[in-house]
Design a protein around this ligand. Structure first.
Ligand SMILES: [Zn+2]
Length: 271
């Protein structure tokens, strides 16, 4: 007998009642609060205040705006259940400190239980892959009511992340490296503050990613290298044209086939 692989969908975790079609809030904190109110009302969360703090802490670390008017605020907090999701749409748009400076029109808020660490990565990879498609984004922005928006979001399939690239967390991993390096020269007090932030990042990233990161840090003193003019700065070897053009301008993490370090797009502009 052939085994049928079960594909899970975003809608396994989202009901139409968890969607706010027209957010009243005008700023980031207000919008996150409004979505948490929905989750509290549906009894999907109990500790709104704590969760709000965690979500805002996470935003301060690095914006969760993915660009193209979409943000995915998230936090790992024990919710009692496994995962709680709420979606909000804003006609006017909300400032989320997005790197592309665009206002956010679609907010997907995710709170998940620390006891199931893999779930978020699984969910986020599927979500990010889907939200990158311009036609999908367009349809979600154009949805004419809550039911319509729910229908569009229901199409999202959740899959395990591909092995050759890790989606949408290059910025976060790079930040982790910077902080780990700063820790080496920091005073006790500075170390404590840095520790708090590195813990937040470590909680979010996949454990296999983190253990590879730690191994590289120990061995070479750094784990993440920029790609500049098509070459890995960790080993100065040119990447394949295909790989270097995939990396350019993306927030995904790849692995250098030559030196095995994580490689990410350089933020510096080419001369
Ligand atoms: Zn390399």
């Amino acid at each position: 007998m052939r085994e049928v692989q079960k594909v899970s969908h975003f809608s396994d975790y989202l009901k139409p009642s968890q969607i706010v079609y027209d957010l009243k809030a005008k700023d980031k904190v207000g919008a996150v609060g409004e979505l948490l109110d929905i989750l509290a009302k549906k009894k999907l969360i109990t500790n709104k205040k704590l969760i709000l703090t965690r979500l805002i802490d996470r935003e301060r670390l690095e914006t969760t705006a993915l660009g193209d008017s979409i943000a995915v605020p998230h936090a790992r907090v024990d919710t009692g259940g496994e995962i709680a999701i709420a979606v909000g749409r804003s006609e006017k748009g909300i400032d989320f400190d997005s790197l592309d400076k665009k206002k956010v029109h679609l907010i997907i808020l995710i709170v998940w239980n620390p006891s199931i660490p893999g779930l978020f990565n699984h969910l986020f990879a599927g979500l990010a892959r889907f939200l990158r498609k311009p036609e999908f984004r367009q349809r979600s922005f154009e949805a004419k009511d809550k039911t319509d928006l729910y229908k569009v979001l229901s199409e999202i399939e959740l899959r395990l992340p591909q092995e050759d690239r890790i989606i949408s967390c290059a910025g976060l991993l790079k930040k982790l490296q910077e902080m780990e390096m700063r820790k080496r020269k920091a005073t006790k007090k500075q170390k404590r503050a840095l520790q708090h932030q590195t813990d937040l990042i470590r909680e979010e990233l996949d454990s296999s990613l983190i253990s590879r990161f730690d191994r590289l840090m120990e061995r070479y003193g750094f784990a993440v290298a920029d790609v500049v003019d098509g070459a890995c700065q960790g080993c100065n070897i040119n990447l394949s044209t295909q790989m270097s053009s995939a990396i350019e301008g993306s927030n995904d993490i790849y692995i250098c086939e030559n030196c095995g370090k994580f490689i990410v797009a350089s933020k510096k502009k080419k001369k």
